[in-house]
Design a protein around this ligand. Structure first.
Ligand code: PLP
Length: 443
């Protein structure tokens, strides 16, 4: 089946599998006619008919181990515990609570979330999606510090809202909009593998990026917050030293540290929150997997002393205390804790990474492997010394894996982004490794 992949830079078309039926083609055509097209979303690959556990199933009866899932499939699609919580909530006939009333699922969720959060993060606020949660975290930082500038990293994505695209720095979301949020200052994203100086010494690299952070802070008085994912979107894992030092620099200047854990929270990196590998920030933002892959739900958790806005608003979303969404998210947390998913992600992630490292010994294509837990990035290069990105080869490998039942996304054109549901088994990890091996051999 010919599929087109829109990775933002350009659209590539290739054969991904057997021919498709009239039903599938019609739905793809109707999708193209009725939705506004936008980068990274159009055109679509295929039609999903079912999503279960770690898999999606297309309308041609093909099954794919989903290593992307938009990050929502942390506890697996159609997780039985999540579905049971949904049914219970429907039976209790409490699907919405108007503002100024509270409800048990919402209060229980906030209590549960703050209980599992790093110490000191004791208050929560919910909203429908990750972008809104980023808005809330940013507004909270501005309100409590009395400052309005922000620091964040080039190339990152923190959501589609106006503040979120201003903080994020992916050009696809910013071009053509005129002036964005004033005071959104960007820093170069730390990169230990492909930095502009060709350095490999982590300490030296950390010091340079920390120096840049300090320079920006000193040249731009009035910064409210540094907003970043603790582990970057391309699976680069900063050192603990980097985040400790960055936090100390921020603290010294009255700047809050906000970690966007929309992708990484709830066990993905081998800890309940990725922050736990590094430092406790002032605010953590959650989303995606928080809604169990069935409802859109997100939120923030932060420090007690930020509870000073009784006469202002930083969120005020209609679904702020939606009992149905809260029941789902409560079940997600219970499942992650009861099943020890963080430990599982740590063990299986280490297993998968070791397998990828073995492939790296065999295939020159693999320049670098990064990530923690079940959040891994495999950087394909044309040449290990030049580190030139193997973009075409990465697309061919992606198509090969698609044909054999594995779906993943590419980052920066050449990095295989491997983020499966945390419920995958060792056999499924072996399937990923053997398929990649076949695909690399075919390259
Ligand atoms: C790191 C990160 N932050 C924020 C968002 C925005 O979340 P949402 O799409 O739920 O608004 C995303 C979504 O891809 C994300 O990956």
């Amino acid at each position: 089946m010919p599929v087109s992949v829109n990775q933002g830079e350009n659209i590539r078309t290739f054969e991904s599998g057997p021919g498709i039926s009239q039903y599938t083609q019609d739905l793809i055509d109707r999708d193209s006619r009725v939705f506004y097209h936008q980068t990274l979303s159009s055109p679509v690959f295929n039609v999903v008919e079912k999503a279960e556990g770690a898999y999606i199933f297309d309308s041609e009866g093909n099954k794919y181990l989903d290593l992307h899932g938009n990050g929502v499939h942390t506890v697996g699609y159609n997780n039985p515990k999540v579905l049971a919580a949904m049914r219970k909530q429907i039976d209790e006939a409490l699907m919405f609570a108007p503002r100024r009333f509270t409800n048990q699922p919402a209060v229980e969720l906030a209590e549960k979330l703050t209980r599992i959060a790093p110490a000191g993060l004791t208050r929560a606020l919910f909203c429908p999606g990750g972008s809104e949660a980023i808005e809330m975290a940013t507004m909270l930082a501005k309100q409590v510090t009395g400052k309005w500038k922000t620091l964040s990293y080039y190339g990152t994505f923190h959501g589609a809202g106006f503040q979120a695209i201003s903080i994020g720095a992916d050009p696809h979301f910013r071009e053509g909009l005129g002036p964005l949020m004033p005071g959104a200052i960007h820093l170069e994203l730390p990169d230990y593998y492909r930095n502009p100086w060709g350095w490999t010494n982590q300490e030296q690299i950390d010091e340079e990026y920390l120096r840049q952070l300090t320079v920006q802070i000193e040249c731009n008085p009035g910064i409210a917050a540094l907003i970043s994912e603790p582990i970057f979107y391309n699976s680069t894992v900063p050192t603990r030293y980097f985040w400790e030092k960055a936090k100390a620099i921020c603290q010294a200047h009255g700047i809050l540290l906000i970690f966007d854990e929309i992708y990484t929270a709830f066990g993905r990196t081998g800890k309940m929150f990725a922050s736990e590998h590094f430092v406790t920030p002032d605010v953590i933002v959650v989303g995606k997997g928080f809604g169990g892959g069935v409802v859109p739900f997100a939120g923030i958790i932060g420090r007690e002393e930020f509870n000073v806005l009784g006469q202002r608003s930083i969120g005020h979303y209609t679904h702020e205390k939606n009992p149905f969404c809260a029941a789902v998210s409560g079940a997600v947390i219970d499942f992650v804790v009861e099943q020890g998913l963080a430990e599982h992600a740590q063990e299986l992630g280490a297993y998968l990474k070791a397998g990828l490292e073995a492939l790296q010994e065999e295939f020159e294509w693999i320049g670098h492997i990064s990530g923690l837990g079940l959040n891994l990035g495999v950087d394909l290069v044309k040449n290990r010394s030049s580190k030139e990105r193997a973009v075409d080869e990465a697309h061919r490998l992606m198509a090969f894996c698609m044909q054999r039942g594995i779906s993943f996304k590419l980052i920066q054109g050449n990095i295989l982004n491997l983020k499966p549901a945390l419920v995958i088994t060792q056999e499924e990890a072996d399937f990923i490794l053997s398929t990649l091996k076949e695909g690399l051999r075919a390259l």
